[in-house]
Design a protein around this ligand. Sequence first.
Ligand code: ZN
Length: 100
Amino acid sequence: MQIRCYRCGWSFAINREEAAFALEALEETDGTHYDSSCPRCRHSNRISLEQLRKAAPRSADEPSSDERQVAEEVATGEGAEPEAADENVGDGSDESEPEK
Ligand SMILES: [Zn+2]
């Protein structure tokens, strides 16, 4: 994803791995944004969770699958049908699935 430094106007890129890493860290800490330093002036630019989610699909092994990204967004975000979501997720880390 492209970031534009709001201080000096320099455009720089954040790759998918960095975005995914930042997203994980934010979700663990309930953060609302990620600070990325501008490579030119080293000013911290705030990147919102929403921007990171667009840049980092949850299933990192299949970044081209838009449908899967949407499906997981619904499964984890809405929690409408946790039983159906169980088949798709299956990584054991989904908190929406109640344990015995
Ligand atoms: Zn800058």
